[in-house]
Design a protein around this ligand. Structure first.
Ligand SMILES: Nc1ncnc2c1ncn2[C@@H]1O[C@H](COP(=O)(O)OP(=O)(O)OP(=O)(O)O)[C@@H](O)[C@H]1O
Ligand SMILES: [Mg+2]
Length: 285
């Protein structure tokens, strides 16, 4: 998976070829009748409204997915608390009680982190760009997926460069991107595998980047150009965790990263794995 890999694809705003038109059609297109002009303007407005509605629906769907993931995770933490509380009641010696209490404290702190992540997502609907700590964002997101990663025996290694600068970003939106990438990676691995999540300053001094790399099935070179298209999916539907299959994940990721004036890049080798890199502009120091 080197940057020379032919399967690598950099998605950037490249000018699209324009279909050729005859002079007659060009003339007609240049001077539409007044009624055509107004209905064209109405159509453009309607498309704009539909796009805004779609974005809102995607945000709500992702909040719903996040909430359901967090509810499972929260339930898991509650079970830990209940079990250690029982252990503390049964065993009255100091050592057992200390152990039970420290486990209860640890689990309660995790529960508080889970709820605060969800509340922050639900509360913060603004799309405002602000200096955002990507390491903290990755850590919060990993808390939500810990149970799922354990369930599918995916070990996640994180690598956070110490000198990483904050990104200029809307935290909620970047968290949606991370969730999409991490769930895709987990699904590509299937059962048992490895994932790396790296946060570092990019080679380009204007950017900071997050890499999500997996040891999953990889993406065939002929499929790579399609993966960012809306509704492109190779999944037959949601998996047994109820996730994946609509084909909107990566197109939403690209839209969000583009809106940040960032870049999303994928490198993949079939049978070896896939790495997605998102680059976001650094916040001014
Ligand atoms: N890490 C990955 N490894 C292998 N294939 C991937 C990976 N990430 C994405 N893909 C491929 O790209 C396709 C599109 O991904 P995308 O996230 O847009 O949709 P999806 O995961 O199928 O559905 P959803 O909208 O629910 O996320 C996937 O169906 C899969 O074929
Ligand atoms: Mg997906």
């Amino acid at each position: 998976m080197s940057s020379e890999d032919p399967a690598e694809k950099m998605t950037q705003s490249t000018p699209q070829p324009v279909a050729s038109i005859t002079p007659h059609r060009l003339h007609a297109a240049a001077k539409p009748p007044a009624s055509a002009q107004s209905s064209e303007a109405e159509l453009v407005e309607q498309i704009g409204q539909l796009k805004a509605q779609l974005r809102q629906n995607q945000a709500m769907a992702s909040l719903g997915e996040l909430t359901s993931t967090a509810t499972h995770e929260f339930n898991n933490v509650l079970m830990t608390i209940i079990n250690y509380a029982r252990l503390g009641i049964r065993n009255r010696d100091d050592a057992s009680r200390d152990k039970a209490l420290s486990k209860i404290l640890e689990a309660s702190e995790r529960a508080a982190r889970i709820t605060s992540t969800i509340l922050a997502q639900a509360r913060n609907r603004s799309d405002s760009m602000e200096p955002t700590d990507l390491v903290a964002l990755v850590k919060d997101t990993m808390v939500l997926l810990e149970r799922e990663m354990n369930k599918y025996r995916v070990s996640v290694c994180t690598e956070f460069a110490e000198d990483t600068v904050k990104a200029m970003a809307a935290g909620n939106q970047i968290q949606r991107v991370l969730l999409n990438l991490l769930i895709n990676a987990r699904q590509a691995i299937g059962e048992a595998g490895q994932m790396f999540v790296i946060v570092r300053n990019s080679d380009d001094p204007a950017f900071v980047e997050v890499v999500v790399r997996d040891s999953g099935c990889g993406i065939p070179a002929e499929t790579l150009p399609q993966i960012f298209e809306p509704f492109f999916s190779t999944k037959s539907g949601p998996d047994d965790s109820g996730k994946g299959g609509t084909g909107l994940g990566l197109s939403a990721c690209k839209e969000i990263v583009d809106a940040h004036k960032g870049k999303i890049r994928v490198e993949s080798s079939v049978g070896v794995g896939t790495a997605f890199t998102i680059r976001l502009p650094k916040a001014p120091c």
